[in-house]
Design a protein around this ligand. Structure first.
Ligand code: C5P
Length: 208
């Protein structure tokens, strides 16, 4: 069983993916962390973000069991991740890694930008989570404040919109909903409501 969840930054897809994986007893991979881990390794070694061969070599050494969300969630790592995510060779390498993860029994929930379109086009269920940019910026600001990192709402909003722009407009695997994805607009939902809506969608696909 493979569940693909795509959507823009702070759309709620990560939390949904984690909770769905726990609910259905599946593995979970936040594919954003794979791009972030490569970006973090390049930044740590002072290597250029535009060098495809170096990025590919770094990706080959990635260990999916050692992705540290706390370290990788840093803002500058997210920015760098979205810059290297335009490199086609790097994407190919990471997609292979992600597909291998998805094939492990009993199956997995993967979340990202291109899971339903590129990584797992045959996923059993595809969800595309969205929320208005203002709502997403509000969530991100609250999240940062909870971590003791006061954030300016307008700056968070501008950052999100810039990253959406870059992710949606790149030529390789841009952020977009697969044609057969179920849209889940979480703007007006708290996480519990969004989770129940997602479970309803997954269960209804399985009841067919
Ligand atoms: O989801 P997250 O914010 O961790 O992703 C960081 C960046 O990695 C995104 O802005 C996007 O550019 C890239 N990414 C991607 N494809 C994925 C997951 C993330 O291009 N499947």
């Amino acid at each position: 069983m493979i569940i693909a969840i795509d959507g823009p930054a702070a759309s709620g897809k990560g939390t949904l993916a984690r909770r769905l994986a726990a609910h259905y007893g599946l593995h979970h991979l936040d594919t954003g962390l794979t791009y972030r881990a490569v970006a973090a390794a390049l930044l740590a070694r002072g290597l250029p973000l535009g060098d495809e061969a170096v990025a590919v070599a770094t990706a080959r050494n990635l260990d999916l069991s050692r992705l540290d969300r706390d370290v990788l969630s840093a803002h500058e790592i997210g920015e760098a991740a979205s810059r290297i995510a335009v490199l086609p060779g790097l994407r190919e390498e990471l997609v292979q890694l992600q597909r291998r993860f998805a094939m492990e029994p009993p199956g997995a929930v993967l979340d990202g930008r291109d899971i339903g379109t590129v990584v797992c086009p045959d996923a059993d269920v595809k969800l595309f989570a969205t929320a208005s940019p203002r709502e997403r910026a509000k969530r991100r600001t609250t999240e940062l404040e909870a971590k003791g990192k006061p954030a300016d709402f307008d700056k968070v909003l501008a950052d999100l919109e810039r990253r959406d722009q870059r992710d949606a407009n790149r030529t390789v695997a841009p952020l977009k909903a697969a044609e057969d994805a179920h849209l889940l607009d979480t703007s007006e939902m708290d996480i519990e409501t969004a989770f129940k809506a997602a479970v309803d969608i997954v269960d209804s696909v399985y009841a067919e």
